[in-house]
Design a protein around this ligand. Structure first.
Ligand code: GDP
Length: 432
């Protein structure tokens, strides 16, 4: 799905505009200085086309000046997005911070949709046309608050976004997209360096951009693989200095763009809150997953014992993910990564025929009927797999299913059909 990044100074109305784009299906929090937001990407749709909106407006309490912050936002946005929605406040005009963004955007060569917000009357509209001077093309005048102009704006956005493949269809051809994710210092860049080796010859330079190459294509085991946002993995010096929000923005966007994620954990340390947060993001984004326990050279028998307990306790939600133990520093066992990636992708793209699925559903329902709830016993009537990548099932039922029963169905689906390395989504449709 193509990615649209929304960039702009605080208070220009980014969040209101993003809410407009999403049709208010999800509430986006306002810019509040000092507050770091978790959620940065949202699913959007306009005229039947799906895209992802990344709101870069979150605040990093550690960050220094405003101009620096917004420039960093813009750099990340142009690195990761297919197109940028640049929002300026027409009632104020262009500020120095805006100018810095304009330079980044112009240099990038990425399509930009320039948006002049807070154009609430005709006079403001005439003034907004002065923004042609920025060299970013036509200024689209909107009033996010009143919804004015937002339809035209979305049309303009669709025009510059690349077409996504049909829903449920994978982008055929082209290397598989992998995101290496994990908290700092677990060994992500060591792993990437080992995988890419010396012959890091094929660097994917996005045509016409002067920003760092973001993805890298590497030949491994007879196939090409595309490593997403290697600039983030290789941590540019500027970002290494505690800009936690930007790190999260990068991680979250990389997950969004990937087909399969490698979560790198430090095997010598306990599973941390941040690891679980990344896992949650991978599951919610519906991506295939491989878990790599790195620094295995530091894992002794005692640590191993505790690690096994932690896996049972903290990683129970992702029991289905292949796990490999590696030492990125020496390259030990990193050849196990590609087979694990292949298994996960295979699970992610598995399609079960409607016949096989319903034979199976009939069997499990007979073996283990839904418990009776206030005199009623919901039954599964029929099911079908409506999507792959990730496998998504629709179950038509006579009533709502208990969460526990849904988990039972998921567990049995996995026992029956595999689905290694992939989250599964089950949508229940009760008959009215
Ligand atoms: P990143 O922040 O996740 O990219 O982590 P780095 O790749 O920069 O690694 C952080 C530190 O861990 C560096 O000092 C590495 O040399 C070290 N390191 C990485 N992999 C291993 C490993 O497998 N074993 C050991 N002992 N150290 C490692």
């Amino acid at each position: 799905v193509p990615v649209l990044a929304v960039v702009g100074r605080p208070n220009v109305g980014k969040s209101t505009l993003v809410n407009r784009i999403l049709g208010r299906r999800e509430a986006v929090v306002q810019d509040i200085p000092g507050v770091t937001r978790d959620r940065v990407s949202y699913d959007a749709e306009w005229n039947g086309r799906a895209f992802t909106v990344v709101d870069t407006g979150g605040w990093d309490p550690d960050a220094r000046g405003l101009a620096e912050r917004i420039k960093a936002q813009a750099e990340i946005a142009v690195g990761l997005a297919d197109a940028v929605l640049f929002v300026v406040d027409a009632s104020i005009g262009i500020t120095d911070a805006d100018e810095a963004v304009v330079r980044v955007l112009r240099k990038s060569g990425k399509p930009v949709v320039l948006t002049a917000n807070k154009v609430d009357d005709e006079r403001a509209e005439i003034e907004a046309y002065g923004l042609w001077n920025l060299g970013l093309g036509e200024p689209h005048v909107v009033s996010a608050l009143h919804g004015r102009g937002s339809g035209d704006l979305l049309d303009a956005v669709l025009e510059v976004l690349p077409k996504a493949p049909e829903a449920g269809e994978k982008a055929i051809g082209g290397p598989r997209r992998i995101a290496i994710v994990g908290r700092p210092n677990v060994g992500k860049s060591s792993l990437l360096n080992k995988l890419a080796g010396e012959e890091r010859s094929v660097v994917d330079n996005v045509a016409g951009t002067t920003v760092d190459p973001v993805d890298e294509i590497v030949d491994l085991d007879g196939d090409q693989w595309r490593f997403i946002d290697t600039a983030g993995i290789r941590k540019r010096v500027k970002e290494a200095s505690g800009h936690e929000y930007y790190a999260w923005l990068r991680t979250s966007t990389a997950i969004e763009r990937a087909e399969v994620c490698v979560l790198v954990l430090d095997g010598s340390q306990s599973v941390a809150e941040q690891d679980l947060r990344i896992l949650q993001e991978v599951r919610e984004a519906g991506k295939a997953l491989v878990i790599a326990f790195n620094k295995w050279d530091l894992v002794d028998a005692e640590r191993r014992y505790f690690l096994d307990r932690e896996i049972e306790r903290d990683l129970v939600q992702v029991q289905w993910a292949p796990r490999i133990n590696i030492t990125a520093k020496t390259g030990w066992h990193i050849d196990r990564l590609v087979p694990a990636l292949r298994r996960s992708i295979e699970g992610w793209e598995t399609r079960v025929t409607t016949g096989a699925l319903n034979a199976f559903l009939g069997r499990i329902v007979a073996e283990h009927p839904h418990p009776v709830r206030s005199g009623k016993q919901p039954r599964i009537l029929f099911g079908s797999q409506v999507q792959t990548a990730p496998p998504t099932f629709k179950l038509f039922t006579t009533g709502k299913l208990d969460a526990g029963y849904e988990r039972f169905v998921e567990r049995r689906l996995r026992e029956e059909f595999g689905f290694v390395g992939t989250p599964i989504e089950i949508k229940v449709q009760p008959r009215e």
